[in-house]
Design a protein around this ligand. Sequence first.
Ligand code: NDP
Length: 296
Amino acid sequence: MSATLLQGKELSLQIQSEIADKVKALTAAGGKVPHLAAVLIGNNGASETYVDHKVKACEKVGFKSTLVRHDDTISEGDLLRVVDELNENDDIDGFIVQLPLPKHIDVNKVIEAIKPSKDVDGFHPINFGRMAGNMPAYIPATPDGIIEMLKRYKIETTGKHTVVVGRSQIVGTPVSILLSRAAYPGDSTVTLCHRHTKDLASFTKSADILVVATGIPGMISGDMVKEGVVVIDVGITRVEDKSRKSGYSLKGDVDFDSVAPKASYITPVPGGVGPMTIASLLKNTFLAAEKAIYKG
Ligand code: NDP
Protein backbone atom coordinates (compact mmCIF):
# COMPACT_ATOMS: atom_id res chain seq x y z
CA MET A 1 0.00 0.00 0.00
CA SER A 2 1.27 3.47 -0.72
CA ALA A 3 0.01 6.12 1.66
CA THR A 4 -1.62 9.36 0.62
CA LEU A 5 0.17 12.26 2.29
CA LEU A 6 -2.15 14.49 4.31
CA GLN A 7 -0.78 17.78 3.05
CA GLY A 8 -1.42 20.06 6.00
CA LYS A 9 0.66 22.84 4.52
CA GLU A 10 -1.38 23.06 1.32
CA LEU A 11 -4.66 22.69 3.15
CA SER A 12 -3.69 25.39 5.61
CA LEU A 13 -2.88 27.79 2.77
CA GLN A 14 -6.26 27.03 1.20
CA ILE A 15 -8.06 27.72 4.50
CA GLN A 16 -6.02 30.91 4.98
CA SER A 17 -7.06 32.12 1.56
CA GLU A 18 -10.72 31.40 2.41
CA ILE A 19 -10.29 33.42 5.64
CA ALA A 20 -8.60 36.27 3.72
CA ASP A 21 -11.66 36.44 1.43
CA LYS A 22 -13.96 36.58 4.45
CA VAL A 23 -11.87 39.38 5.99
CA LYS A 24 -12.19 41.38 2.76
CA ALA A 25 -15.96 40.86 2.75
CA LEU A 26 -16.23 41.77 6.44
CA THR A 27 -14.23 44.98 6.13
CA ALA A 28 -15.93 45.92 2.84
CA ALA A 29 -19.23 45.72 4.75
CA GLY A 30 -17.84 48.18 7.32
CA GLY A 31 -16.77 45.58 9.89
CA LYS A 32 -13.62 45.99 11.93
CA VAL A 33 -10.36 44.22 11.05
CA PRO A 34 -10.00 41.06 13.21
CA HIS A 35 -7.26 41.51 15.79
CA LEU A 36 -5.29 38.72 17.51
CA ALA A 37 -2.82 39.32 20.32
CA ALA A 38 -0.15 36.86 21.41
CA VAL A 39 1.57 36.93 24.77
CA LEU A 40 5.10 35.54 24.75
CA ILE A 41 7.04 35.13 27.97
CA GLY A 42 10.81 34.57 27.95
CA ASN A 43 13.12 33.46 25.14
CA ASN A 44 12.20 29.85 24.40
CA GLY A 45 13.34 29.27 20.78
CA ALA A 46 10.46 26.95 19.83
CA SER A 47 7.85 29.28 21.37
CA GLU A 48 9.36 32.26 19.52
CA THR A 49 9.13 30.33 16.25
CA TYR A 50 5.50 29.32 16.86
CA VAL A 51 4.46 32.85 17.79
CA ASP A 52 6.33 34.27 14.81
CA HIS A 53 4.43 31.89 12.48
CA LYS A 54 1.12 32.90 14.06
CA VAL A 55 1.83 36.64 13.74
CA LYS A 56 2.93 36.25 10.10
CA ALA A 57 -0.17 34.20 9.28
CA CYS A 58 -2.34 36.98 10.76
CA GLU A 59 -0.71 39.53 8.49
CA LYS A 60 -1.21 37.29 5.46
CA VAL A 61 -4.96 36.95 5.93
CA GLY A 62 -5.42 40.65 6.70
CA PHE A 63 -5.76 40.47 10.50
CA LYS A 64 -4.17 42.95 12.84
CA SER A 65 -1.79 41.31 15.30
CA THR A 66 -0.12 42.47 18.49
CA LEU A 67 2.79 40.74 20.17
CA VAL A 68 3.07 41.31 23.91
CA ARG A 69 6.50 40.24 25.19
CA HIS A 70 7.78 40.00 28.75
CA ASP A 71 10.88 38.55 30.40
CA ASP A 72 10.57 35.20 32.11
CA THR A 73 11.06 37.03 35.40
CA ILE A 74 7.53 38.47 35.16
CA SER A 75 5.53 37.68 38.30
CA GLU A 76 2.29 35.73 38.16
CA GLY A 77 0.41 38.81 39.35
CA ASP A 78 1.85 40.98 36.59
CA LEU A 79 1.01 38.37 33.95
CA LEU A 80 -2.55 38.18 35.26
CA ARG A 81 -2.73 41.97 34.88
CA VAL A 82 -1.52 41.67 31.27
CA VAL A 83 -4.30 39.13 30.64
CA ASP A 84 -6.83 41.45 32.22
CA GLU A 85 -5.77 44.37 30.03
CA LEU A 86 -6.24 42.21 26.94
CA ASN A 87 -9.63 41.03 28.25
CA GLU A 88 -10.72 44.66 28.54
CA ASN A 89 -9.21 45.95 25.30
CA ASP A 90 -12.17 46.22 22.92
CA ASP A 91 -9.98 46.37 19.84
CA ILE A 92 -8.58 42.88 20.52
CA ASP A 93 -10.95 40.10 19.46
CA GLY A 94 -8.95 37.19 20.78
CA PHE A 95 -5.59 36.39 22.31
CA ILE A 96 -3.33 33.52 23.20
CA VAL A 97 -0.76 33.05 25.93
CA GLN A 98 1.98 30.93 24.39
CA LEU A 99 2.85 27.89 26.52
CA PRO A 100 4.93 26.73 28.28
CA LEU A 101 5.12 29.41 30.97
CA PRO A 102 7.98 29.76 33.48
CA LYS A 103 7.70 27.33 36.40
CA HIS A 104 6.86 29.99 38.99
CA ILE A 105 3.61 30.81 37.16
CA ASP A 106 0.49 28.67 37.63
CA VAL A 107 -0.62 28.03 34.05
CA ASN A 108 -4.15 27.09 35.12
CA LYS A 109 -4.60 30.44 36.88
CA VAL A 110 -3.56 32.24 33.70
CA ILE A 111 -5.83 30.16 31.47
CA GLU A 112 -8.78 30.69 33.81
CA ALA A 113 -8.16 34.44 33.78
CA ILE A 114 -8.71 34.67 30.01
CA LYS A 115 -12.21 35.78 29.06
CA PRO A 116 -13.85 32.73 27.43
CA SER A 117 -15.08 34.92 24.55
CA LYS A 118 -11.45 35.87 23.74
CA ASP A 119 -9.92 32.45 24.44
CA VAL A 120 -9.17 31.55 20.81
CA ASP A 121 -6.85 28.73 21.94
CA GLY A 122 -9.90 27.07 23.49
CA PHE A 123 -8.06 26.18 26.71
CA HIS A 124 -10.44 27.86 29.21
CA PRO A 125 -12.55 25.32 31.14
CA ILE A 126 -15.71 26.95 29.80
CA ASN A 127 -14.67 26.38 26.22
CA PHE A 128 -13.39 22.91 27.07
CA GLY A 129 -16.68 22.03 28.78
CA ARG A 130 -18.74 23.42 25.92
CA MET A 131 -16.65 21.39 23.46
CA ALA A 132 -17.21 18.22 25.52
CA GLY A 133 -20.93 19.00 25.62
CA ASN A 134 -21.04 19.42 21.83
CA MET A 135 -22.01 23.09 22.23
CA PRO A 136 -20.57 26.00 20.23
CA ALA A 137 -17.05 26.69 21.55
CA TYR A 138 -13.54 27.59 20.52
CA ILE A 139 -11.95 24.20 19.89
CA PRO A 140 -8.22 24.03 20.72
CA ALA A 141 -6.35 24.76 17.50
CA THR A 142 -4.38 21.52 17.07
CA PRO A 143 -7.34 19.16 17.63
CA ASP A 144 -9.52 21.39 15.46
CA GLY A 145 -6.86 21.31 12.72
CA ILE A 146 -6.84 17.51 12.86
CA ILE A 147 -10.65 17.37 12.62
CA GLU A 148 -10.60 19.80 9.67
CA MET A 149 -7.97 17.70 7.92
CA LEU A 150 -10.01 14.49 8.32
CA LYS A 151 -13.08 16.34 7.03
CA ARG A 152 -11.44 17.88 3.98
CA TYR A 153 -9.79 14.60 2.99
CA LYS A 154 -13.22 12.93 3.51
CA ILE A 155 -11.73 10.26 5.74
CA GLU A 156 -14.35 7.94 7.21
CA THR A 157 -14.38 8.00 11.00
CA THR A 158 -17.81 6.56 11.82
CA GLY A 159 -17.55 3.17 13.51
CA LYS A 160 -13.75 3.17 13.25
CA HIS A 161 -11.40 2.43 16.11
CA THR A 162 -9.39 5.55 16.87
CA VAL A 163 -6.37 5.20 19.13
CA VAL A 164 -4.94 8.40 20.59
CA VAL A 165 -1.50 8.16 22.18
CA GLY A 166 -0.92 11.03 24.64
CA ARG A 167 -3.56 12.68 26.84
CA SER A 168 -2.48 16.30 27.22
CA GLN A 169 -5.17 18.93 27.76
CA ILE A 170 -4.21 20.70 24.54
CA VAL A 171 -3.97 17.73 22.15
CA GLY A 172 -4.66 14.13 23.16
CA THR A 173 -7.63 14.58 25.48
CA PRO A 174 -9.57 17.01 23.24
CA VAL A 175 -8.86 14.86 20.15
CA SER A 176 -10.28 11.84 22.00
CA ILE A 177 -13.41 13.82 22.90
CA LEU A 178 -13.91 15.19 19.40
CA LEU A 179 -13.48 11.86 17.63
CA SER A 180 -15.95 10.14 19.93
CA ARG A 181 -18.61 12.88 19.58
CA ALA A 182 -21.86 12.12 17.79
CA ALA A 183 -20.79 14.06 14.69
CA TYR A 184 -18.63 13.81 11.60
CA PRO A 185 -15.66 13.63 11.96
CA GLY A 186 -16.37 11.60 15.06
CA ASP A 187 -18.62 8.66 15.91
CA SER A 188 -15.55 6.52 16.32
CA THR A 189 -14.70 4.25 19.22
CA VAL A 190 -11.78 5.88 20.97
CA THR A 191 -9.00 4.40 23.08
CA LEU A 192 -6.84 6.95 24.89
CA CYS A 193 -3.33 5.73 25.74
CA HIS A 194 -0.68 7.29 27.99
CA ARG A 195 2.55 6.37 29.73
CA HIS A 196 0.83 3.85 32.03
CA THR A 197 -0.78 1.97 29.15
CA LYS A 198 0.42 -1.63 29.22
CA ASP A 199 1.42 -3.17 25.89
CA LEU A 200 0.88 -0.02 23.82
CA ALA A 201 1.45 -1.94 20.57
CA SER A 202 -1.58 -4.16 21.19
CA PHE A 203 -3.71 -0.97 20.99
CA THR A 204 -1.91 0.79 18.16
CA LYS A 205 -2.07 -2.41 16.06
CA SER A 206 -5.85 -2.42 16.26
CA ALA A 207 -6.20 1.27 15.29
CA ASP A 208 -8.02 2.26 12.10
CA ILE A 209 -7.06 5.85 12.91
CA LEU A 210 -3.96 6.53 15.00
CA VAL A 211 -3.25 9.96 16.49
CA VAL A 212 0.11 10.28 18.23
CA ALA A 213 0.97 13.23 20.49
CA THR A 214 3.71 12.33 22.95
CA GLY A 215 6.79 14.31 21.92
CA ILE A 216 8.87 11.11 21.73
CA PRO A 217 10.47 11.11 18.27
CA GLY A 218 9.88 7.93 16.26
CA MET A 219 8.13 6.03 19.08
CA ILE A 220 5.62 4.40 16.71
CA SER A 221 7.29 1.98 14.31
CA GLY A 222 5.93 0.00 11.37
CA ASP A 223 5.50 -3.19 13.42
CA MET A 224 3.10 -1.33 15.75
CA VAL A 225 0.44 -0.53 13.11
CA LYS A 226 -1.86 -2.48 10.82
CA GLU A 227 -2.23 -2.22 7.05
CA GLY A 228 -4.45 0.66 5.94
CA VAL A 229 -4.18 2.72 9.13
CA VAL A 230 -4.74 6.50 8.96
CA VAL A 231 -1.85 8.13 10.85
CA ILE A 232 -1.91 11.62 12.34
CA ASP A 233 1.49 12.52 13.77
CA VAL A 234 1.24 15.55 16.05
CA GLY A 235 4.75 15.36 17.51
CA ILE A 236 7.32 17.99 16.64
CA THR A 237 10.64 17.61 18.40
CA ARG A 238 13.83 19.47 17.59
CA VAL A 239 16.51 16.83 17.15
CA GLU A 240 20.17 17.82 16.79
CA ASP A 241 21.20 17.68 13.14
CA LYS A 242 24.65 19.02 12.32
CA SER A 243 23.99 18.77 8.57
CA ARG A 244 21.51 21.65 8.85
CA LYS A 245 22.25 25.33 9.17
CA SER A 246 19.86 25.62 12.09
CA GLY A 247 21.66 22.74 13.86
CA TYR A 248 18.44 20.75 14.26
CA SER A 249 15.71 19.01 12.31
CA LEU A 250 12.09 18.42 13.25
CA LYS A 251 11.00 14.86 14.02
CA GLY A 252 7.54 13.43 14.51
CA ASP A 253 6.46 10.79 17.00
CA VAL A 254 6.00 8.32 14.15
CA ASP A 255 8.85 6.60 12.35
CA PHE A 256 7.66 7.72 8.91
CA ASP A 257 9.86 5.36 6.87
CA SER A 258 8.57 2.17 8.46
CA VAL A 259 4.95 3.28 9.05
CA ALA A 260 4.11 5.03 5.73
CA PRO A 261 4.34 1.85 3.61
CA LYS A 262 1.53 0.31 5.69
CA ALA A 263 -0.66 3.40 6.03
CA SER A 264 -3.54 4.55 3.81
CA TYR A 265 -3.04 8.20 4.86
CA ILE A 266 -0.25 9.81 6.87
CA THR A 267 0.77 13.32 7.89
CA PRO A 268 4.34 14.42 7.18
CA VAL A 269 6.42 16.20 9.86
CA PRO A 270 6.92 19.05 9.26
CA GLY A 271 4.07 20.15 6.98
CA GLY A 272 1.23 18.10 8.47
CA VAL A 273 -0.54 18.99 11.69
CA GLY A 274 1.57 22.09 12.46
CA PRO A 275 0.23 24.31 9.64
CA MET A 276 -3.33 23.12 10.35
CA THR A 277 -2.95 24.41 13.90
CA ILE A 278 -2.25 27.89 12.54
CA ALA A 279 -5.26 27.74 10.21
CA SER A 280 -7.53 26.80 13.11
CA LEU A 281 -6.22 29.60 15.30
CA LEU A 282 -7.03 32.06 12.50
CA LYS A 283 -10.46 30.47 12.12
CA ASN A 284 -11.13 30.91 15.85
CA THR A 285 -9.98 34.53 15.71
CA PHE A 286 -12.32 35.21 12.83
CA LEU A 287 -15.17 33.60 14.80
CA ALA A 288 -14.25 35.86 17.73
CA ALA A 289 -14.29 38.95 15.51
CA GLU A 290 -17.68 37.95 14.16
CA LYS A 291 -18.89 37.20 17.70
CA ALA A 292 -20.13 33.94 16.25
CA ILE A 293 -19.83 31.93 19.47
CA TYR A 294 -20.17 34.50 22.26
CA LYS A 295 -22.44 37.41 21.43
CA GLY A 296 -21.12 39.82 24.08
P1 NDP B 1 2.67 16.61 26.68
O1 NDP B 1 4.08 16.41 27.08
O2 NDP B 1 1.80 17.56 27.41
O3 NDP B 1 1.94 15.19 26.71
C1 NDP B 1 2.56 14.04 26.25
C2 NDP B 1 1.64 12.87 26.45
O4 NDP B 1 2.32 11.71 25.99
C3 NDP B 1 1.27 12.61 27.92
O5 NDP B 1 -0.11 12.37 28.03
C4 NDP B 1 2.07 11.36 28.28
O6 NDP B 1 1.42 10.52 29.19
C5 NDP B 1 2.15 10.67 26.93
N1 NDP B 1 3.29 9.76 26.92
C6 NDP B 1 4.58 10.01 27.25
N2 NDP B 1 5.33 8.90 27.13
C7 NDP B 1 4.50 7.93 26.69
C8 NDP B 1 4.69 6.57 26.37
N3 NDP B 1 5.88 5.98 26.46
N4 NDP B 1 3.63 5.87 25.94
C9 NDP B 1 2.40 6.44 25.83
N5 NDP B 1 2.17 7.74 26.12
C10 NDP B 1 3.21 8.47 26.55
O7 NDP B 1 2.72 16.92 25.14
P2 NDP B 1 1.73 17.72 24.12
O8 NDP B 1 0.46 16.99 23.97
O9 NDP B 1 1.71 19.15 24.48
O10 NDP B 1 2.60 17.58 22.79
C11 NDP B 1 2.92 16.34 22.23
C12 NDP B 1 3.77 16.57 20.99
O11 NDP B 1 3.00 17.30 20.05
C13 NDP B 1 5.04 17.41 21.22
O12 NDP B 1 6.03 16.95 20.33
C14 NDP B 1 4.61 18.80 20.82
O13 NDP B 1 5.71 19.59 20.39
C15 NDP B 1 3.70 18.49 19.69
N6 NDP B 1 2.70 19.53 19.43
C16 NDP B 1 2.51 19.89 18.16
C17 NDP B 1 1.58 20.84 17.83
C18 NDP B 1 1.38 21.18 16.40
O14 NDP B 1 0.86 22.22 16.11
N7 NDP B 1 1.75 20.31 15.48
C19 NDP B 1 0.80 21.54 18.85
C20 NDP B 1 1.00 21.01 20.18
C21 NDP B 1 1.94 20.04 20.45
P3 NDP B 1 1.12 10.91 30.71
O15 NDP B 1 -0.10 11.79 30.65
O16 NDP B 1 0.86 9.61 31.36
O17 NDP B 1 2.33 11.65 31.22
